[in-house]
Design a protein around this ligand. Structure first.
Ligand code: DQA
Length: 148
């Protein structure tokens, strides 16, 4: 069984109380449960994580890369939060590992402030999703299944 990594960046631990008009009222644990259901439905094991630290996210992409090299990775769904708009290191990690990665945003970043319109992740991503709310995570896992 292949593993899907779902990685969440800074401030996503605050889901549920953080700007609910933008991100909704479901918590990160609700998102984890939703991902567990979607992975079970698609025959994937799930590795679900959140960090506020850029380097930790880089380390986890490398870990996913090691699994990819063994043929055991379904792919990575990454909501890099604000690091999306700042992190060359995350782009380099994705390119350096050769993993299949879906960039995901809960909100439609293109309908928001101009600084959210540029992504360092997109050039290294296989697909990009934004604006589906937390249900986007389930859609992204189904999308990964279609890429196998
Ligand atoms: C986000 C959008 C980013 O611009 C923001 O910094 C986040 C969350 C989203 O899921 O909509 O932290 O990635």
């Amino acid at each position: 069984m292949k593993t899907a990594f779902v990685l969440n960046g800074p401030n996503l631990n605050l889901l549920g109380t953080r700007e609910p008009q933008v991100y909704g009222t479901q918590t990160l644990n609700d998102v984890r449960l939703l991902c567990e259901r979607a992975c079970a439905a698609n025959g994937f094991a799930l590795e679900f994580r959140q960090s506020n630290h850029e380097g930790e996210l880089v380390d986890w992409l490398h870990e996913a890369g090691a699994l990819h090299a063994k043929g055991k990775l379904a792919g990575v769904i990454l909501n890099a939060g604000a690091y999306t708009h700042t992190s060359v290191a995350l782009q380099d990690a994705i390119k350096g590992t050769g993993i299949t990665l879906i960039e995901l945003h809960i909100s439609n970043v293109h309908a928001r402030e101009a600084f959210r319109h540029h992504s360092y992740i997109s050039p290294a991503a296989k697909a990009v999703m934004a604006g589906f709310g937390v249900n986007g995570y389930a859609l992204a896992i189904a999308g990964l299944a279609g890429m196998q």
